[in-house]
Design a protein around this ligand. Structure first.
Ligand code: PMP
Length: 450
């Protein structure tokens, strides 16, 4: 790997990183992390003055971009007044964050359990569902990601689970709908939806409904490919949960807080789960925060009986102050509406136009500021541009695409044979268009591998 030229300051940052930081999901000697000198709005830059439009929003969390002055000021003010306090106390920032979140979550998801991020939110949602129902099993989808802690990775249905899971007790995977690569031999969305629901119901029946505590689904599976479910699917899952007394958990860690052009992706489908996990966009990731929004009935289960779980930093005041400020910015600046409009008027049409011109673009999927391009070797066969979970040489086409995007000033999100277009939800329209033009050029590089 060719090391990137760095100024002295950047080189020092990088040297200390290489000497002492152990990076997640990586072979330590094979990575070459960029030394980041700063970030603002939708951009970040290195020590050599290279500036990138962030088409990844970090890990899809900077929903209002970097260094928003109101959020930075709120964190500073909270640090100056009450920088930390244990979770058993009522603290203004925590109460206010919970109120603002509960006001926006659908239905009666009115109680908020705070965590440090998304994976532990999923852990707690599953624990609540098991305790509430007294049942052991949890159903989750292949092609999903729910986090890196033990229960959350066991539930996940992507290759990151393989090395971490020797068959977790009580976890059963099923296929959620995805017409482009249908497991159900479906040719229309209606067929895909009906057959996916029939498959889920028979899974429930054959597993034994009285053994199933919860069905956990990402409202729109994110990391696994932004697969917007067909109309009626989530409502169908809701009905199955009601029929069989199963807790419906929607994971909105990635799709929540404006990403889809609604406060929550559940709003797109008019569906109300029993538990909903969130993290990332809740405070644009300025301070780690996640949580579970809990419906009235499950909250009541733990009314007189203690909930046996908690975290030292649950509802940390700095994180909650950042959430209060972020939600305030989103409301005042119309960020959710902006994401919906740019998704419908700019990103969707531009990506569909790219799909017409580029042989490598097999399918365009998405909504709001949440889009994926499924890259293929052959549009007819839909053979992915790189094999499933490709590494090293096998991944060369995606690596070449990513390098070209970066050379054009866009930092792309790349996962397997896909690139996701997930800029901050408040990205400036002209900057976004420039980024899409750079993506166009980078796709020409990927075309060479079709
Ligand atoms: N659920 C979903 C849907 C996610 O996208 C992620 C993170 N990408 C997680 C859970 C885990 O969140 P965290 O990394 O904050 O633990």
């Amino acid at each position: 790997m060719t090391p990137q030229p760095h100024s002295a300051a950047g080189a020092a940052v990088k040297a200390a990183d290489r000497a002492h930081v152990f990076h997640s999901w990586s072979a330590q000697e094979l990575i070459d992390p960029l030394a980041v000198a700063g970030a603002e709005g939708s951009y970040f830059w290195d020590y050599d003055g290279n500036r990138y439009l962030d088409f990844t929003s970090g890990l899809v969390f900077t929903n209002i971009g970097y260094q928003h002055p109101k959020v930075v000021a709120a964190i500073q003010e909270q640090a100056a007044t009450l920088s930390t306090f244990a979770p058993a106390f009522a603290v203004e920032a925590r109460s206010e964050a919970a109120r603002l979140i509960a006001e926006r979550t659908p239905g009666d998801l009115d109680k908020i359990f705070f965590t440090n991020g998304g994976a532990d939110a999923v852990e707690h949602a599953v624990r609540m569902a098991r305790l509430h129902t007294g049942r052991p099993k949890v159903l989750s989808a292949y092609r999903s990601y729910h986090g890196g802690t033990q229960q959350a990775i066991n539930l996940s249905g992507d290759p990151r689970r393989w090395a971490n899971d020797s068959g977790a007790a009580g976890v059963v995977h099923f296929w959620a709908p995805f017409l482009y690569r249908s497991r159900f031999y479906a040719e229309t969305e209606e067929q895909e939806c009906a057959r996916a629901l029939e498959h889920l119901e028979s899974t429930i029946v054959f597993e034994g409904p009285a053994t199933i505590a919860a069905i956990v689904l990402e409202t729109i599976p994110g990391t696994a490919g932004i697969m917007v479910p067909p109309p009626g699917y989530l409502a169908g899952v809701r009905r199955l949960c009601d029929t069989y007394g199963i807790v419906f958990v929607l994971d909105e860690v990635m799709a929540g807080f404006g990403r889809t052009g609604e406060w929550f992706a559940a709003d797109l489908f008019d569906v109300v789960p029993d538990l909903m996990t969130f993290a990332k966009g809740v405070n644009s990731g300025y301070v780690p925060l996640g949580g579970v929004a809990i419906c009235g009935e499950i909250a009541e289960t733990f009314g007189k009986r203690p909930y046996p779980g908690g975290l030292t930093y649950s509802g940390h005041p700095l994180a909650c102050a950042a959430a209060v400020a972020t939600i305030g910015v989103m409301a005042e600046e119309g960020v959710v509406e902006h994401a919906a409009r740019l998704g419908a008027e700019v990103v969707g049409p531009a990506l569909r136009e790219l799909a017409e011109r580029h042989p490598c673009v097999g399918e365009v999927r998405g909504v709001g500021m949440f889009w994926a391009l499924d890259l293929v070797r052959n549009k007819e066969t839909r053979e992915p541009l790189v094999p499933y979970n490709a590494a090293g040489e096998a991944n060369a086409p995606m690596a070449a695409f990513a390098a070209a995007a970066k050379a054009g000033g866009v930092w792309p999100f790349v996962n397997m044979n896909r690139t996701h277009v997930v800029p901050p939800c408040n990205v400036n329209e002209e900057e976004l268009k420039a980024g899409l033009a750079a993506l166009d050029a980078a796709l020409s590089v990927a075309d060479e591998h079709t």
